[in-house]
Design a protein around this ligand. Structure first.
Ligand SMILES: Cc1cc2nc3c(=O)[nH]c(=O)nc-3n(C[C@H](O)[C@H](O)[C@H](O)COP(=O)(O)O)c2cc1C
Length: 246
């Protein structure tokens, strides 16, 4: 594998992309954030990183609360919009026809249309450089009833969640396994694992395709340059595949 060495930068992807709702009933706002994640299981803690220039920064710093609203396919347009327009200029709830929900005793607005609302209380704000880190405790979690089954199990992965990778919004793909499946011994786990190639099988598959001529000149995996050329505006355009001989 030939690798290029790049200077330091952020390349941890995919990430969740969430709508952070904040402010008050008089001034509700939403800001899109990808720099977010879990930092502690018990007590449940999370973080968001915000540039101090964001309108939402002061709203959150003043009230001490924000809500992480998970995003879905249907919310992708609104998610992007809330990440490119400021609450200084536009009421994003109104503009995106989203409903502020104040079931959390009116502390902070939640996005009703999101299947999961995570209400957070700021514990600490740590300046880091371009962004400040908001370390927060999770106070409450609200989940959409429609995804609960009769046994009380919440089917989060059926809500059509969206991820963010290298500038692009994506839905989640195939199921590849479940937590711990690589070492499970139960009958059920064996059934599941039949569907999922084991590590040695995956390696064998790769070696097999290489030895079957993948590395030969004409079968060499195509590089980006082989597949794309740039048009007049420097936009990459996929090259037409050569017509097949009859
Ligand atoms: C996909 C995406 C991810 C973003 N992630 C962050 C982030 O993690 N932190 C941040 O400060 N801004 C982030 N932004 C930019 C803000 O969402 C954007 O500047 C927004 O307009 C600020 O809104 P506000 O001024 O109403 O607070 C992101 C934008 C997009 C589109």
């Amino acid at each position: 594998m030939a690798k290029q060495k790049w200077k330091a930068g952020n390349m941890v992807y995919p990430l969740p992309v969430v709508m952070i709702s904040c402010g008050t009933e008089e001034k509700p706002n939403i800001v899109t954030v990808a720099w977010t994640g879990t930092i502690c299981t018990n007590p449940p803690m999370t973080y968001i990183s915000l540039r101090p220039s964001r309108y939402s920064y002061d709203l959150i710093a003043e009230s001490g609360y924000f809500v992480i609203n998970l995003t879905t396919r249907d919310l992708t347009y609104a998610t992007d919009f809330c990440g490119v327009r400021s609450g200084r200029d536009v009421d994003k709830f109104k503009e995106m026809k989203l409903t502020p929900n104040y079931d959390n005793e009116g502390k902070v607005p939640m996005v009703e249309e999101s299947p999961v609302n995570i209400v957070c209380k700021v514990r600490e704000i740590k300046p880091l450089g371009s962004h400040d880190l908001f370390i927060a405790d999770v106070l409450e979690v609200y989940v959409d009833d429609a995804f609960m089954d009769e046994k009380g199990k919440f089917h989060l992965n059926d809500t059509d969640l969206v991820a963010y990778s290298h500038g692009t919004y994506l839905t989640l793909g195939d199921t590849l396994g479940t937590f711990g499946y690589s070492v499970m011994k139960s009958k059920k786990a064996k059934e599941v694992s039949k569907l999922i190639p084991k590590q040695e099988d995956q390696l064998q598959l790769r070696t097999k395709s290489k030895s079957q001529g993948m590395a030969s000149k004409e079968n060499k995996p195509k590089s980006y340059k082989d597949k794309f050329h740039k048009d007049k505006t420097n936009k990459p355009v996929r090259k037409k595949a050569p017509s097949r001989k009859k």
